[in-house]
Design a protein around this ligand. Structure first.
Ligand SMILES: Cc1cc2nc3c(=O)[nH]c(=O)nc-3n(C[C@H](O)[C@H](O)[C@H](O)COP(=O)(O)OP(=O)(O)OC[C@H]3O[C@@H](n4cnc5c(N)ncnc54)[C@H](O)[C@@H]3O)c2cc1C
Length: 463
Protein backbone atom coordinates (compact mmCIF):
# COMPACT_ATOMS: atom_id res chain seq x y z
CA UNK A 1 0.00 0.00 0.00
CA UNK A 2 2.98 2.31 0.47
CA UNK A 3 3.37 4.65 -2.50
CA UNK A 4 -0.40 5.17 -2.95
CA UNK A 5 -1.76 8.70 -2.90
CA UNK A 6 -1.61 10.14 0.60
CA UNK A 7 -4.87 10.81 2.39
CA UNK A 8 -3.84 14.04 4.06
CA UNK A 9 -0.78 15.96 5.14
CA UNK A 10 -0.19 15.38 8.79
CA UNK A 11 -1.29 12.86 11.45
CA UNK A 12 -0.22 12.95 15.08
CA UNK A 13 -0.05 9.86 17.30
CA UNK A 14 -0.04 10.46 21.07
CA UNK A 15 1.96 7.75 22.87
CA UNK A 16 4.69 5.41 21.60
CA UNK A 17 3.52 2.18 23.22
CA UNK A 18 2.47 -0.82 21.12
CA UNK A 19 -0.82 0.82 20.07
CA UNK A 20 0.93 4.07 19.09
CA UNK A 21 3.62 2.27 17.09
CA UNK A 22 1.08 0.16 15.22
CA UNK A 23 -1.07 3.23 14.50
CA UNK A 24 1.94 5.17 13.22
CA UNK A 25 2.81 2.29 10.87
CA UNK A 26 -0.69 2.27 9.40
CA UNK A 27 -0.97 6.06 9.13
CA UNK A 28 2.40 6.28 7.38
CA UNK A 29 0.76 4.50 4.44
CA UNK A 30 -1.77 7.31 4.03
CA UNK A 31 -0.38 10.54 5.46
CA UNK A 32 2.53 12.57 4.17
CA UNK A 33 3.89 13.01 7.69
CA UNK A 34 3.18 11.18 10.94
CA UNK A 35 4.46 12.65 14.23
CA UNK A 36 4.58 10.41 17.30
CA UNK A 37 4.55 12.38 20.57
CA UNK A 38 5.84 10.51 23.62
CA UNK A 39 6.30 11.68 27.18
CA UNK A 40 9.36 9.50 27.90
CA UNK A 41 12.80 10.01 26.44
CA UNK A 42 12.83 6.92 24.26
CA UNK A 43 15.83 4.71 25.06
CA UNK A 44 18.18 3.46 22.36
CA UNK A 45 18.26 -0.01 23.88
CA UNK A 46 15.54 -2.43 25.07
CA UNK A 47 15.18 -1.23 28.65
CA UNK A 48 12.22 -0.47 30.92
CA UNK A 49 10.78 2.99 30.75
CA UNK A 50 8.68 5.02 33.16
CA UNK A 51 5.68 5.48 30.86
CA UNK A 52 5.20 1.71 30.54
CA UNK A 53 5.48 0.42 34.12
CA UNK A 54 3.63 -2.77 33.16
CA UNK A 55 6.60 -3.66 30.91
CA UNK A 56 8.45 -5.11 33.92
CA UNK A 57 5.81 -7.82 34.20
CA UNK A 58 5.21 -10.92 32.13
CA UNK A 59 4.04 -9.90 28.64
CA UNK A 60 3.16 -12.71 26.27
CA UNK A 61 2.10 -11.89 22.74
CA UNK A 62 -0.72 -13.97 21.28
CA UNK A 63 -0.07 -15.68 17.94
CA UNK A 64 -2.47 -13.33 16.13
CA UNK A 65 -0.57 -10.33 17.49
CA UNK A 66 2.75 -11.58 16.15
CA UNK A 67 1.15 -12.37 12.77
CA UNK A 68 -0.16 -8.80 12.49
CA UNK A 69 3.22 -7.30 13.39
CA UNK A 70 4.74 -9.43 10.62
CA UNK A 71 2.07 -8.28 8.14
CA UNK A 72 2.80 -4.65 8.99
CA UNK A 73 6.57 -5.06 9.01
CA UNK A 74 7.65 -8.01 6.85
CA UNK A 75 10.68 -9.75 8.32
CA UNK A 76 10.00 -8.37 11.81
CA UNK A 77 9.68 -11.78 13.51
CA UNK A 78 12.87 -13.16 11.98
CA UNK A 79 14.68 -10.01 13.15
CA UNK A 80 13.26 -10.50 16.63
CA UNK A 81 14.56 -14.07 16.79
CA UNK A 82 17.90 -13.00 15.33
CA UNK A 83 18.16 -10.42 18.13
CA UNK A 84 17.56 -13.07 20.81
CA UNK A 85 13.80 -13.70 21.14
CA UNK A 86 12.55 -17.27 21.41
CA UNK A 87 10.28 -18.94 18.92
CA UNK A 88 7.96 -21.76 20.08
CA UNK A 89 6.94 -23.65 16.98
CA UNK A 90 6.75 -27.29 18.10
CA UNK A 91 3.78 -29.08 16.49
CA UNK A 92 2.83 -30.60 19.87
CA UNK A 93 3.30 -27.30 21.76
CA UNK A 94 5.26 -29.10 24.47
CA UNK A 95 7.16 -26.01 25.53
CA UNK A 96 3.95 -24.33 26.66
CA UNK A 97 2.40 -25.39 29.95
CA UNK A 98 -0.99 -23.83 30.56
CA UNK A 99 -3.43 -24.67 33.26
CA UNK A 100 -6.87 -23.08 33.62
CA UNK A 101 -8.58 -23.91 36.89
CA UNK A 102 -7.62 -27.54 37.54
CA UNK A 103 -7.47 -28.33 33.82
CA UNK A 104 -4.37 -28.99 31.71
CA UNK A 105 -4.17 -29.67 27.99
CA UNK A 106 -3.52 -32.63 25.76
CA UNK A 107 -0.03 -32.76 24.29
CA UNK A 108 0.13 -36.33 23.01
CA UNK A 109 -0.41 -35.48 19.34
CA UNK A 110 0.59 -32.74 16.93
CA UNK A 111 -1.69 -29.85 16.16
CA UNK A 112 -3.30 -30.00 12.72
CA UNK A 113 -2.10 -26.48 11.91
CA UNK A 114 0.85 -25.70 14.20
CA UNK A 115 2.02 -22.73 12.13
CA UNK A 116 -1.07 -20.75 13.20
CA UNK A 117 -0.07 -21.12 16.85
CA UNK A 118 3.61 -20.21 16.66
CA UNK A 119 4.50 -18.09 19.68
CA UNK A 120 7.33 -15.58 20.03
CA UNK A 121 8.70 -14.91 23.50
CA UNK A 122 10.44 -11.68 24.47
CA UNK A 123 10.14 -9.10 27.23
CA UNK A 124 7.88 -6.12 26.60
CA UNK A 125 10.80 -3.60 26.42
CA UNK A 126 12.53 -5.83 23.86
CA UNK A 127 9.43 -6.25 21.69
CA UNK A 128 8.60 -2.55 21.82
CA UNK A 129 12.19 -1.50 21.11
CA UNK A 130 12.43 -3.65 17.98
CA UNK A 131 9.02 -2.52 16.77
CA UNK A 132 9.99 1.10 17.35
CA UNK A 133 13.17 0.57 15.33
CA UNK A 134 10.97 -0.50 12.40
CA UNK A 135 8.67 2.50 12.77
CA UNK A 136 11.60 4.91 13.11
CA UNK A 137 12.92 3.60 9.80
CA UNK A 138 9.76 4.72 7.96
CA UNK A 139 10.78 7.86 6.05
CA UNK A 140 7.64 9.87 6.87
CA UNK A 141 7.43 9.12 10.62
CA UNK A 142 9.02 11.51 13.13
CA UNK A 143 9.29 10.96 16.90
CA UNK A 144 8.96 13.84 19.37
CA UNK A 145 9.94 12.13 22.61
CA UNK A 146 10.33 13.84 25.97
CA UNK A 147 7.10 15.77 25.26
CA UNK A 148 3.90 15.80 27.29
CA UNK A 149 0.53 16.08 25.62
CA UNK A 150 -1.41 19.15 26.78
CA UNK A 151 -4.76 20.30 25.33
CA UNK A 152 -6.64 19.39 22.18
CA UNK A 153 -7.80 22.38 20.21
CA UNK A 154 -10.45 23.05 17.62
CA UNK A 155 -10.34 25.90 15.12
CA UNK A 156 -13.17 24.51 12.98
CA UNK A 157 -16.67 23.48 14.00
CA UNK A 158 -16.98 19.76 14.92
CA UNK A 159 -13.29 19.08 14.26
CA UNK A 160 -10.21 18.69 16.45
CA UNK A 161 -7.48 20.48 14.55
CA UNK A 162 -4.46 20.19 16.79
CA UNK A 163 -2.82 19.51 20.11
CA UNK A 164 -0.51 21.41 22.40
CA UNK A 165 2.62 19.67 23.60
CA UNK A 166 5.37 20.72 25.99
CA UNK A 167 8.91 19.44 26.53
CA UNK A 168 9.08 17.66 29.88
CA UNK A 169 11.99 19.77 31.12
CA UNK A 170 10.42 23.14 30.25
CA UNK A 171 7.27 25.18 30.92
CA UNK A 172 7.02 26.29 27.27
CA UNK A 173 4.51 24.70 24.93
CA UNK A 174 3.99 24.45 21.19
CA UNK A 175 1.06 23.53 19.00
CA UNK A 176 0.89 20.80 16.39
CA UNK A 177 -1.75 21.35 13.71
CA UNK A 178 -2.96 18.14 12.20
CA UNK A 179 -5.58 16.41 10.05
CA UNK A 180 -5.90 13.47 12.44
CA UNK A 181 -4.93 12.81 16.06
CA UNK A 182 -4.73 9.28 17.42
CA UNK A 183 -4.84 8.98 21.20
CA UNK A 184 -2.73 5.93 22.14
CA UNK A 185 -1.69 7.15 25.60
CA UNK A 186 -2.91 4.00 27.34
CA UNK A 187 -4.81 3.71 30.59
CA UNK A 188 -3.92 7.29 31.57
CA UNK A 189 -5.82 8.75 28.59
CA UNK A 190 -7.13 12.30 29.11
CA UNK A 191 -9.28 12.41 25.98
CA UNK A 192 -12.66 12.16 27.79
CA UNK A 193 -11.67 15.15 29.95
CA UNK A 194 -10.30 17.15 26.99
CA UNK A 195 -13.43 16.49 24.92
CA UNK A 196 -15.58 17.68 27.77
CA UNK A 197 -13.56 20.91 27.99
CA UNK A 198 -14.18 21.53 24.27
CA UNK A 199 -17.92 20.97 24.66
CA UNK A 200 -18.02 17.50 23.10
CA UNK A 201 -19.74 14.74 25.10
CA UNK A 202 -17.29 12.32 26.78
CA UNK A 203 -17.93 8.60 26.27
CA UNK A 204 -19.80 6.40 28.74
CA UNK A 205 -17.49 3.97 30.54
CA UNK A 206 -18.03 0.28 31.17
CA UNK A 207 -15.84 -1.01 33.98
CA UNK A 208 -15.14 -4.10 36.01
CA UNK A 209 -13.23 -4.28 39.26
CA UNK A 210 -10.36 -6.71 39.68
CA UNK A 211 -8.24 -5.17 42.47
CA UNK A 212 -5.28 -7.01 40.98
CA UNK A 213 -1.67 -7.08 42.13
CA UNK A 214 1.29 -8.12 40.01
CA UNK A 215 4.71 -8.97 41.41
CA UNK A 216 7.51 -9.75 38.97
CA UNK A 217 11.20 -10.38 38.85
CA UNK A 218 13.59 -10.90 35.96
CA UNK A 219 15.72 -13.94 36.66
CA UNK A 220 18.38 -16.20 35.16
CA UNK A 221 17.92 -19.96 35.44
CA UNK A 222 21.36 -21.58 34.96
CA UNK A 223 19.72 -25.02 34.94
CA UNK A 224 17.10 -24.06 32.32
CA UNK A 225 17.93 -27.06 30.13
CA UNK A 226 16.70 -29.45 32.84
CA UNK A 227 13.11 -28.83 31.68
CA UNK A 228 11.64 -28.12 28.27
CA UNK A 229 8.82 -25.65 29.06
CA UNK A 230 9.44 -22.03 28.10
CA UNK A 231 6.03 -20.49 28.78
CA UNK A 232 4.11 -21.46 31.90
CA UNK A 233 0.77 -19.78 32.57
CA UNK A 234 -1.46 -20.91 35.41
CA UNK A 235 -4.91 -19.44 36.04
CA UNK A 236 -6.50 -21.37 38.88
CA UNK A 237 -10.01 -20.70 40.04
CA UNK A 238 -10.94 -19.25 43.42
CA UNK A 239 -8.27 -17.88 45.70
CA UNK A 240 -5.34 -20.03 44.55
CA UNK A 241 -2.17 -18.36 43.31
CA UNK A 242 -2.07 -17.25 39.68
CA UNK A 243 1.05 -16.52 37.77
CA UNK A 244 3.53 -17.39 35.11
CA UNK A 245 7.11 -18.00 34.15
CA UNK A 246 8.23 -16.96 30.69
CA UNK A 247 11.54 -17.30 28.91
CA UNK A 248 12.54 -14.00 27.33
CA UNK A 249 15.36 -12.88 25.07
CA UNK A 250 18.93 -13.91 25.68
CA UNK A 251 18.38 -16.49 28.44
CA UNK A 252 16.49 -14.21 30.80
CA UNK A 253 13.15 -15.11 32.34
CA UNK A 254 10.23 -13.24 33.90
CA UNK A 255 8.56 -14.72 36.97
CA UNK A 256 5.20 -13.12 37.76
CA UNK A 257 2.85 -13.70 40.68
CA UNK A 258 -0.61 -12.27 40.10
CA UNK A 259 -3.78 -12.20 42.12
CA UNK A 260 -6.47 -10.15 43.73
CA UNK A 261 -5.15 -8.23 46.71
CA UNK A 262 -7.50 -10.10 49.03
CA UNK A 263 -6.39 -13.51 47.71
CA UNK A 264 -2.63 -13.12 48.14
CA UNK A 265 -1.42 -14.87 51.26
CA UNK A 266 1.43 -12.37 51.62
CA UNK A 267 3.19 -9.61 49.67
CA UNK A 268 6.44 -10.82 48.12
CA UNK A 269 9.36 -8.48 48.71
CA UNK A 270 12.31 -10.65 47.67
CA UNK A 271 13.12 -13.68 45.55
CA UNK A 272 12.63 -16.07 48.47
CA UNK A 273 9.04 -14.78 48.83
CA UNK A 274 8.50 -15.10 45.07
CA UNK A 275 9.69 -18.72 45.18
CA UNK A 276 7.32 -19.52 48.04
CA UNK A 277 4.32 -18.18 46.11
CA UNK A 278 5.48 -19.76 42.82
CA UNK A 279 5.57 -23.09 44.64
CA UNK A 280 1.78 -23.15 44.32
CA UNK A 281 1.66 -23.11 40.53
CA UNK A 282 5.01 -23.95 38.93
CA UNK A 283 5.03 -27.68 37.98
CA UNK A 284 7.09 -29.75 40.44
CA UNK A 285 9.68 -30.88 37.86
CA UNK A 286 10.65 -27.20 37.24
CA UNK A 287 10.92 -26.27 40.93
CA UNK A 288 14.55 -27.45 41.48
CA UNK A 289 15.82 -25.35 38.54
CA UNK A 290 13.75 -22.37 39.68
CA UNK A 291 15.19 -22.63 43.17
CA UNK A 292 18.71 -22.42 41.73
CA UNK A 293 17.81 -19.25 39.72
CA UNK A 294 19.47 -15.87 40.20
CA UNK A 295 17.32 -12.72 40.45
CA UNK A 296 18.43 -9.96 38.05
CA UNK A 297 16.08 -7.27 39.42
CA UNK A 298 14.20 -6.35 42.57
CA UNK A 299 10.56 -7.46 42.91
CA UNK A 300 8.47 -5.02 40.83
CA UNK A 301 4.89 -4.27 41.80
CA UNK A 302 1.91 -3.18 39.69
CA UNK A 303 -1.57 -2.43 41.00
CA UNK A 304 -4.38 -3.10 38.61
CA UNK A 305 -7.78 -1.73 39.68
CA UNK A 306 -9.83 -3.24 36.84
CA UNK A 307 -10.82 -2.83 33.20
CA UNK A 308 -12.41 0.12 31.39
CA UNK A 309 -14.11 0.20 27.99
CA UNK A 310 -14.80 3.74 26.84
CA UNK A 311 -17.83 3.51 24.57
CA UNK A 312 -16.87 5.98 21.86
CA UNK A 313 -19.02 3.84 19.55
CA UNK A 314 -22.08 5.01 21.48
CA UNK A 315 -21.41 8.74 21.33
CA UNK A 316 -24.18 10.69 19.66
CA UNK A 317 -21.71 13.26 18.35
CA UNK A 318 -18.06 12.65 17.38
CA UNK A 319 -15.58 15.39 16.62
CA UNK A 320 -13.80 14.77 13.32
CA UNK A 321 -10.03 14.56 13.35
CA UNK A 322 -9.66 12.38 16.46
CA UNK A 323 -9.60 8.63 17.14
CA UNK A 324 -8.77 6.71 20.30
CA UNK A 325 -7.29 3.21 20.36
CA UNK A 326 -5.31 0.68 22.43
CA UNK A 327 -5.70 0.72 26.21
CA UNK A 328 -6.98 4.31 25.99
CA UNK A 329 -10.08 2.83 24.37
CA UNK A 330 -10.32 -0.46 26.26
CA UNK A 331 -8.07 -1.88 28.99
CA UNK A 332 -8.51 -5.55 29.83
CA UNK A 333 -7.51 -7.89 32.65
CA UNK A 334 -3.75 -8.29 32.07
CA UNK A 335 -3.79 -11.89 33.25
CA UNK A 336 -5.32 -12.87 29.90
CA UNK A 337 -2.39 -11.44 27.95
CA UNK A 338 -4.60 -9.86 25.28
CA UNK A 339 -3.81 -6.12 25.43
CA UNK A 340 -0.95 -5.95 22.93
CA UNK A 341 -2.80 -8.15 20.45
CA UNK A 342 -5.92 -5.99 20.82
CA UNK A 343 -3.71 -2.97 20.04
CA UNK A 344 -2.52 -4.67 16.83
CA UNK A 345 -6.14 -5.47 15.91
CA UNK A 346 -7.05 -1.82 16.43
CA UNK A 347 -4.26 -1.01 13.99
CA UNK A 348 -5.48 -3.40 11.31
CA UNK A 349 -9.04 -2.14 11.80
CA UNK A 350 -7.78 1.39 11.19
CA UNK A 351 -5.87 0.22 8.12
CA UNK A 352 -8.95 -1.51 6.65
CA UNK A 353 -11.10 1.52 7.49
CA UNK A 354 -8.77 3.98 5.74
CA UNK A 355 -8.38 1.72 2.76
CA UNK A 356 -12.14 1.18 2.39
CA UNK A 357 -13.45 4.67 2.96
CA UNK A 358 -10.42 6.76 1.97
CA UNK A 359 -11.28 9.08 4.86
CA UNK A 360 -11.77 8.94 8.61
CA UNK A 361 -15.32 8.26 9.76
CA UNK A 362 -15.15 8.01 13.59
CA UNK A 363 -18.56 6.35 13.95
CA UNK A 364 -17.76 3.62 11.42
CA UNK A 365 -14.32 3.07 12.96
CA UNK A 366 -15.63 2.75 16.52
CA UNK A 367 -18.45 0.45 15.39
CA UNK A 368 -15.88 -1.90 13.84
CA UNK A 369 -13.75 -1.74 17.00
CA UNK A 370 -16.78 -2.45 19.20
CA UNK A 371 -17.50 -5.63 17.22
CA UNK A 372 -13.99 -6.93 17.99
CA UNK A 373 -14.05 -5.77 21.60
CA UNK A 374 -17.45 -7.09 22.64
CA UNK A 375 -16.67 -10.83 23.08
CA UNK A 376 -13.25 -10.14 24.57
CA UNK A 377 -14.70 -7.64 27.04
CA UNK A 378 -17.49 -10.03 27.98
CA UNK A 379 -15.09 -12.84 28.90
CA UNK A 380 -12.83 -10.41 30.84
CA UNK A 381 -15.69 -8.84 32.74
CA UNK A 382 -17.09 -12.24 33.73
CA UNK A 383 -13.89 -13.45 35.34
CA UNK A 384 -13.79 -11.32 38.49
CA UNK A 385 -17.46 -11.89 39.22
CA UNK A 386 -16.88 -15.58 38.55
CA UNK A 387 -14.33 -15.60 41.31
CA UNK A 388 -15.99 -15.74 44.69
CA UNK A 389 -19.42 -14.50 43.58
CA UNK A 390 -20.90 -17.49 41.84
CA UNK A 391 -24.30 -17.47 43.50
CA UNK A 392 -25.22 -14.07 42.09
CA UNK A 393 -24.19 -14.92 38.49
CA UNK A 394 -27.10 -14.82 36.05
CA UNK A 395 -28.15 -18.11 34.51
CA UNK A 396 -26.55 -17.31 31.14
CA UNK A 397 -23.17 -16.74 32.82
CA UNK A 398 -23.45 -19.95 34.79
CA UNK A 399 -24.36 -21.81 31.60
CA UNK A 400 -21.33 -20.23 29.90
CA UNK A 401 -19.08 -21.22 32.81
CA UNK A 402 -20.46 -24.78 32.79
CA UNK A 403 -19.86 -25.21 29.05
CA UNK A 404 -16.36 -23.75 29.38
CA UNK A 405 -15.58 -26.21 32.19
CA UNK A 406 -16.76 -29.15 30.11
CA UNK A 407 -14.63 -28.04 27.15
CA UNK A 408 -11.56 -27.58 29.38
CA UNK A 409 -12.08 -31.01 30.93
CA UNK A 410 -12.18 -32.65 27.49
CA UNK A 411 -9.03 -30.85 26.38
CA UNK A 412 -6.93 -33.15 28.58
CA UNK A 413 -7.57 -36.08 26.29
CA UNK A 414 -8.22 -34.54 22.92
CA UNK A 415 -5.65 -32.62 20.91
CA UNK A 416 -8.31 -31.36 18.51
CA UNK A 417 -10.17 -29.74 21.42
CA UNK A 418 -6.92 -28.36 22.84
CA UNK A 419 -6.02 -26.91 19.45
CA UNK A 420 -9.44 -25.29 19.04
CA UNK A 421 -9.12 -23.72 22.51
CA UNK A 422 -5.62 -22.47 21.71
CA UNK A 423 -6.76 -21.00 18.39
CA UNK A 424 -9.55 -19.07 20.08
CA UNK A 425 -7.32 -18.02 23.00
CA UNK A 426 -4.72 -16.77 20.48
CA UNK A 427 -7.34 -14.82 18.49
CA UNK A 428 -6.77 -16.98 15.41
CA UNK A 429 -10.42 -18.08 15.45
CA UNK A 430 -13.45 -16.19 16.77
CA UNK A 431 -14.96 -17.33 20.12
CA UNK A 432 -18.06 -18.66 18.33
CA UNK A 433 -15.92 -21.60 17.16
CA UNK A 434 -16.22 -22.94 20.73
CA UNK A 435 -19.97 -23.29 20.46
CA UNK A 436 -20.10 -24.73 16.93
CA UNK A 437 -22.43 -27.79 17.02
CA UNK A 438 -19.83 -30.26 15.69
CA UNK A 439 -17.32 -29.12 18.29
CA UNK A 440 -19.78 -29.35 21.19
CA UNK A 441 -20.82 -32.81 19.98
CA UNK A 442 -17.17 -33.90 20.22
CA UNK A 443 -16.94 -32.47 23.76
CA UNK A 444 -20.15 -34.30 24.73
CA UNK A 445 -18.83 -37.57 23.27
CA UNK A 446 -15.73 -37.22 25.44
CA UNK A 447 -17.77 -36.75 28.58
CA UNK A 448 -19.85 -39.79 27.84
CA UNK A 449 -16.69 -41.84 27.24
CA UNK A 450 -15.03 -40.45 30.34
CA UNK A 451 -18.13 -41.19 32.37
CA UNK A 452 -17.83 -44.80 31.27
CA UNK A 453 -14.10 -45.06 32.10
CA UNK A 454 -14.21 -42.81 35.21
CA UNK A 455 -11.16 -40.67 34.19
CA UNK A 456 -10.76 -36.97 35.01
CA UNK A 457 -8.56 -34.04 33.92
CA UNK A 458 -6.76 -32.88 37.02
CA UNK A 459 -3.24 -31.49 37.49
CA UNK A 460 -2.32 -34.62 39.38
CA UNK A 461 -3.42 -36.72 36.43
CA UNK A 462 -1.48 -34.71 33.84
CA UNK A 463 1.91 -33.54 35.19
C1 LIG B 1 0.68 -5.91 34.65
C2 LIG B 1 0.31 -5.99 33.18
C3 LIG B 1 0.63 -7.11 32.45
C4 LIG B 1 0.25 -7.20 31.11
N1 LIG B 1 0.55 -8.34 30.41
C5 LIG B 1 0.21 -8.42 29.11
C6 LIG B 1 0.51 -9.60 28.35
O1 LIG B 1 1.02 -10.60 28.86
N2 LIG B 1 0.18 -9.59 27.03
C7 LIG B 1 -0.43 -8.52 26.44
O2 LIG B 1 -0.70 -8.58 25.24
N3 LIG B 1 -0.74 -7.41 27.13
C8 LIG B 1 -0.44 -7.33 28.44
N4 LIG B 1 -0.75 -6.19 29.14
C9 LIG B 1 -1.45 -5.08 28.44
C10 LIG B 1 -0.49 -4.28 27.59
O3 LIG B 1 0.55 -3.74 28.36
C11 LIG B 1 -1.25 -3.14 26.86
O4 LIG B 1 -2.52 -3.54 26.53
C12 LIG B 1 -0.51 -2.79 25.60
O5 LIG B 1 0.76 -2.35 25.94
C13 LIG B 1 -1.18 -1.71 24.73
O6 LIG B 1 -1.06 -0.53 25.40
P1 LIG B 1 -1.02 0.90 24.73
O7 LIG B 1 0.01 1.02 23.68
O8 LIG B 1 -2.42 1.25 24.42
O9 LIG B 1 -0.58 1.76 26.01
P2 LIG B 1 0.83 1.75 26.75
O10 LIG B 1 1.65 0.58 26.45
O11 LIG B 1 0.51 2.00 28.19
O12 LIG B 1 1.54 3.01 26.12
C14 LIG B 1 1.08 4.32 26.32
C15 LIG B 1 2.20 5.29 25.95
O13 LIG B 1 1.70 6.63 26.03
C16 LIG B 1 2.63 7.46 26.71
N5 LIG B 1 1.89 8.56 27.33
C17 LIG B 1 0.93 8.46 28.30
N6 LIG B 1 0.47 9.69 28.61
C18 LIG B 1 1.13 10.57 27.82
C19 LIG B 1 1.08 11.99 27.68
N7 LIG B 1 0.25 12.76 28.42
N8 LIG B 1 1.90 12.56 26.78
C20 LIG B 1 2.74 11.81 26.02
N9 LIG B 1 2.82 10.46 26.11
C21 LIG B 1 2.03 9.85 27.00
C22 LIG B 1 3.26 6.50 27.72
O14 LIG B 1 4.52 6.99 28.16
C23 LIG B 1 3.39 5.22 26.91
O15 LIG B 1 4.56 5.19 26.16
C24 LIG B 1 -0.43 -6.11 30.48
C25 LIG B 1 -0.75 -4.98 31.23
C26 LIG B 1 -0.41 -4.92 32.56
C27 LIG B 1 -0.83 -3.71 33.35
Amino acid sequence: MRGEAKLRDHAVVLGAGIAGLVAATVLAERFALVTVVERDQLPDSPIDRRGVPQGRHLHSLLSRGSQILEELHPGFLADLVEAGALILDDPDMHRIHSRVGPYTFNRTHSAADPTALVTYLASRPFLEFHLRRRVEALPNVAFLDGHDVGELFSTQPHRITGVTISPRDSTSSETLSTDLIIDATGRATRTPLLLDRLGFPPPAEHTFTADGRYYSQQIEIPDQDSFRERLILVLPEGKAQRGGLMACENNTWTLTIAGRASDLTHTPTDFADMLTLAGDFIPPHIQPALHSAQPLTEVQTYRYPGGTWRRYDRLARHPDGLLVLGDALCSLDPINGQGMTMATLHGTTLRAHLSRTGRVDPQAFYTAIAAITKPVWASNAQQPSGRGNKSSSPLSLRAFAWTRRKILESAADDMMITERLMRVANFIDPPQRLIAPGFLARVAAHHIKRGLTGRSNTPAAKH
